[in-house]
Design a protein around this ligand. Structure first.
Ligand SMILES: C[S@@+](CC[C@H](N)C(=O)[O-])C[C@H]1O[C@@H](n2cnc3c(N)ncnc32)[C@H](O)[C@@H]1O
Length: 265
């Protein structure tokens, strides 16, 4: 348990995928003035140095965010994403990559709330320190599954639950899907965004099978298979499922990835 460290993978093509979908969802949430809450249950460190020894080890960002930085995109979502990443970097060099909590924090208005959960003993203090002094952001060191049961439903009545587990054990695909079914039964108004890796072993199929077998769930699934994936990393593709997808988000995501496929060829 807790042998996974996201700093080895930050900014890879799976981060590009999940963070674009995350931003597309947050764009929809800020369209209404009423307050919302975002619960990021597997938050990581908040922000990553891509020039750290860990990031440079496999340099996964070179097949992820790096080739996108100088793109002049046509799609609004990709334009927003690149503009956000550029705020942390100089034009010519990528050194910093914002994780999901940092991206979420950029969208929160004064009355919105962010709850970030991280259980790793060395990641939690980094995350906690990163958001020190921000009144509408709550960072907890606790088990994500226990926190999800305890904190849902939100009192805000609307919001997003972002689920980005590390899948260190293969039983986690089933565990997270089953928990999602329970959470939905308690709080069917929320949007749920779950990310899964598409690996050669195919264990992610179990997660999809469980969610798709619940006919009452409104789902949007999107998978991204960049052609230049380094197969040595076993990661063949990246998948997301949105439960209660906001209106027309499917078109926004497909448009963005049609454009990105040419970069990842
Ligand atoms: C894939 S990383 C998160 C990356 C982050 N969501 C982002 O997009 O920047 C998964 C994180 O979840 C944490 N984690 C894994 N299992 C957990 C659990 N049961 N409870 C709390 N944190 C957990 C890991 O320590 C790791 O930092």
């Amino acid at each position: 348990m807790y042998s996974y460290l996201h700093r080895y993978h930050a900014g890879n093509f799976a981060d590009v995928h999940k963070h674009l979908v995350l931003m597309a969802t947050l764009n929809k949430l800020i369209q209404k003035p009423s307050p919302f809450c975002v619960l990021d249950a597997f938050a990581g460190e908040g922000q990553y140095r891509l020039d750290s020894e860990e990031s440079k080890k496999n340099a996964e960002f070179e097949n992820g965010i790096a080739p996108l930085l100088n793109l002049k995109p046509a799609s609004l979502l990709v334009t927003q994403y690149i503009a956000l990443i550029q705020r942390y970097n100089t034009e010519s060099q990528i050194q910093t990559y914002p994780g999901s909590p940092e991206i979420i924090a950029k969208y929160l208005r004064t009355n919105d709330k962010g709850i970030f959960i991280e259980g790793h003993p060395s990641c939690y203090p980094i995350l906690k320190n990163h958001f020190k002094g921000q009144a509408n952001i709550h960072v907890h060191k606790r088990d994500a599954y226990e926190a999800l049961s305890a904190l849902i439903p939100f009192k805000e009545k609307r919001g997003l639950v972002f689920l980005d587990p590390s899948y260190e054990v293969k039983s986690e695909y089933e565990k997270i899907a089953t928990q999602l079914i329970h959470l939905y039964a308690k709080f069917s108004n929320a949007i749920y965004l779950i990310w899964y890796p598409i690996l050669v072993d195919g264990h992610h199929e179990r997660l999809k099978e469980i969610l798709h077998s619940h006919a009452t769930l409104k789902l949007f699934q999107h998978e991204f298979y960049p052609k230049n994936t380094n197969l040595a990393h076993r990661l063949r593709g990246s998948g997301i499922i949105l439960i209660n997808p906001p209106w027309q988000i499917d078109e926004i995501i497909r448009e963005a990835f049609t454009e990105l496929e040419s970069v990842f060829l």
